[in-house]
Write a protein that binds this ligand. Structure first.
Ligand SMILES: Nc1ncnc2c1ncn2[C@@H]1O[C@H](COP(=O)(O)OP(=O)(O)OP(=O)(O)O)[C@@H](O)[C@H]1O
Ligand SMILES: [Mg+2]
Length: 171
């Protein structure tokens, strides 16, 4: 799976910002960014987005997607690569932010049920409890990895449905 191979114009292992610069010159547009230097890029009319960032946490998520997907509560992974193991990129389905109503309902459930019961859901109104359990187990079993699903920026919605998707669950 090497859809995101290094751009051909860059002959040596490219630095992340050079890759982003190169992609923007070729028509990709920034659609999001993260606190740890993550870039999210999209192209008008395309179903996929590119997420590029430093190796660590993102690599853990890609490994999780490969081991646990496809699944309704995970973004569809189309491809991934890491040319030099310093930065990493993956191409996945485009999602949309939760609405204010969804954010309120999510926060109520994740704190009031799931967290209150120490990582075991009594109810499952979003149909994600089983996958959340798997994410939780992986975070606990992996040194240095944590779960960041209370932040509503990290849980998105599949367009055309109300399905919540864990877009960025690890920290
Ligand atoms: N699959 C996606 N489709 C559309 N937009 C996305 C997708 N994934 C991420 N984004 C956008 O990019 C932003 C940053 O992405 P994400 O949360 O995955 O990065 P991050 O570096 O982990 O951020 P942080 O460290 O702040 O949690 C999101 O808030 C969202 O707006
Ligand atoms: Mg995030």
């Amino acid at each position: 799976m090497h859809i995101l191979s290094p751009p051909p114009a860059l002959k040596t292992t490219p630095k992340l910002y050079e890759v982003v610069d190169h992609l923007i010159k070729r028509g990709w547009r920034p659609i999001g960014s993260g606190q740890t230097g993550t870039y999210v890029l999209g192209r008008p009319g395309r179903r996929g987005i590119l997420k590029l960032g430093t190796f660590g946490v993102m690599n853990n998520f890609i490994a999780f997607l490969r081991a646990n997907g496809p699944n309704v509560a995970l973004p569809a992974l189309f491809g991934a690569t890491s040319p030099d193991h310093l930065w990493i990129g993956f191409y996945c389905e485009r999602l949309q932010p939760m609405t204010h109503t969804q954010v309120a309902a999510w926060e109520e459930w994740i704190v009031g049920d799931w967290q209150a019961n120490r990582g075991v859901a009594v109810t499952d109104p979003f149909g994600v409890a089983e996958m959340l359990g798997r994410l939780h187990k992986t975070a606990i079993a992996t040194p240095g990895l944590g779960l960041d699903v209370c932040n509503p920026d990290n849980v998105m919605v599949r367009p055309g449905t109300c399905q919540l998707v864990f877009s960025d669950p690890f920290v």
